[in-house]
Design a protein around this ligand. Structure first.
Ligand SMILES: [Fe+2]
Length: 272
């Protein structure tokens, strides 16, 4: 079974720092010691059911969803590659140091027109994939401007001549700025930009039919780190992404592919 991007320790660390609580404050309110909490956040100690429930209560996380991830009992169903008869999605893993990020290609099944979503840190690898699949993307869609997602963008743009679309904090050279709700045609697909701030101020998710590219806003069974705003991040997840059709497949920047339906049922950042 492929690993989730985030473990129990990541989830509670993101929620705790998002709420601006110190370990000391969380220890005080849960009755769990600071060293124990610290060991949990650094993956060296698993919580008991009672501990997970106490932490979930203080961090406004869904208790049984959190426990299921702590006990490694939940994982999204394997990605159904035929999830949308109108769209094909290819996923390419791009190593960045010790980690990796996903770059995606979205292609209209009817016309073959395509778009790259994020270019990873290594443009040459993306170009090699594009050549191998004989595609020349019309757009490069930027979910957010972090090096592990945009590092290769100049090379890919120079090679393909694609139009770069980026959100409100657009600083990528040559990018066309897009705003919430704006749509672009890609063959018979209609790609709509959803402003999903939280991880960064300008995070954009791209939705086309039953396909959504969510960058680092949401991970299967977790959320991105709230570098910009935790309140905004939760709002983007709960009130934007998870109001889409349950069958919409969510393609994150890291970790496995999931669906709106599965996240509504299993994500710990969903309130009980
Ligand atoms: Fe990021």
């Amino acid at each position: 079974m492929p690993h989730l991007e985030d473990e129990f320790g990541d989830i509670i660390g993101k929620a705790r720092t998002g709420l601006r609580l110190s370990l000391e404050q969380l220890a005080h309110s849960t009755g769990i010691s600071i060293p124990t909490l610290s060991a949990m956040e650094s993956y060296t100690r698993k919580p008991s059911r009672e501990e997970a429930e106490a932490i979930a209560k203080e961090l406004n996380l869904h208790p049984s969803n959190l426990l299921a991830i702590a006990e490694e009992r939940w994982h999204p169903a394997p990605w159904n590659h035929n999830h949308d008869p109108d769209a094909e999605v290819l996923r390419w893993e791009m190593p960045v140091g010790a980690y990796s990020a996903y770059c995606y290609l979205l292609r209209c099944q009817h016309t073959g027109e395509s778009a790259v979503i994020d270019t990873g840190g290594q443009g040459k690898r993306v170009i090699a994939q594009l050549r191998q699949h004989r595609v020349r993307p019309r757009y490069i869609l930027v979910t957010h401007e972090h090096g592990d997602h945009t590092g290769g963008i100049d090379l890919v743009q120079a090679e393909t001549g694609a139009t770069i679309l980026d959100g409100q904090d657009a600083s990528v050279p040559k990018a066309e700025q897009i705003v919430d709700g704006q749509s672009y045609a890609l063959g018979r697909l209609k790609i709509t930009a959803y402003s999903t701030p939280g991880h960064t101020a300008g995070c954009i998710s791209y939705v086309a039919g039953l396909t959504a590219f969510v960058g680092d806003t949401l991970f299967a069974g977790s959320a991105g780190r709230a570098n910009y705003s935790y309140t905004a991040l939760l709002d983007s997840i709960r009130n934007k992404l998870l109001t889409l059709d349950e069958n919409v497949h969510l393609f994150p920047g890291h970790g496995p592919v999931t669906t709106v339906g599965q996240e509504k049922e299993h994500n710990p950042f969903i309130t009980a």
